[in-house]
Design a protein around this ligand. Sequence first.
Ligand code: ADP
Ligand code: MG
Length: 334
Amino acid sequence: MTTTALSLSDVTVAYDGVTAVDRVSLELPHGEVLAVLGPSGCGKSTLLRAVAGLEPLTEGRIRFAGEDVDHLPTHKRGFALMFQDGQLFAHLSVARNVGYALRLRRLGRAETASRVAELLELVGLTGYADRLPATLSGGERQRVALARALAVEPRLLLLDEPLSALDATLRERLAVDLRGILRAAGTTALMVTHDHDEAFTVADRLAVMRRGRLVQSGPIADVWAAPADEETALFLGYARVLTGADAARVLAAAGQPATASLAVRRSALVADEAGCLPGTVVSARATPDQVRLVVDVDGIGDLDAVAPLGSHHAPGERVSLRVDPSRVAPIPTG
Ligand code: ADP
Ligand code: MG
């Protein structure tokens, strides 16, 4: 049984009368990770800061485990924050950075040392205790920042674009690690990001924001399978959303009813020598009036001869899509 940890109702924040977060309502169960995903400037950081108690609400309520936290100052909420740039203390060693909050709590020396060692192991930095931040890579610094944020076992971890400052390869790897670390620690977390891959890798739930408002939220698979609208689909990483005649043409070639829309997700796979594109079904849904099949194969939107598609394919299942070059039809972009 999961219970609600964080609950936002109609949370609204304005700067000088200009609304940055507009009546956002959300629930986050204990032990889960929620990613708030949206383009730059849509109000993500403002929302996170409001939860942390760093921005006053114009309207609405924030509760944790059923109790109002609006009246509590930041340090009494039991939440921890981690930012894009980690913000480590440059003159302190890795161990002293991680143990900082423990020492503030007057934990004994031996106890602090063993907790720090445990945290360094959790984030994969055993052996780094005596290093200074300046001698670490960007990814290592973010691991230290994460260990430091987790040190006091916050009841909620707030992450603002924790991986955005890293280069793409490292970001991908660290996203996987971040997910593992949060799971291993059983941490309830709210992460904001503009990067859909990062959100998909790290989180259990997704809340899509646009212009201060919440557009859609729910378990990741549900949001992915049925984006609220075209703009949301594109933001989630769909390469195109086909409707009308384009969708009918592609679906007809796939042996599906023609009154449907088809979305194709962007990814990088290479066709094999037989002209087959191996792919993974990301989502498949069939109802009397709609068929939507999302296959994780790059470029398939440019080819309208797709063979064994059907509602019996389950998400995650591997499929091969046979491609008949004579029937390749370009699909208009935009
Ligand atoms: P995001 O994190 O999604 O990029 P922000 O929450 O930082 O977006 O910003 C949302 C909106 O609020 C933007 O229009 C931004 O210019 C504005 N804003 C953010 N912080 C302040 C501030 N301290 N004072 C005035 N306006 C702000
Ligand atoms: Mg931001």
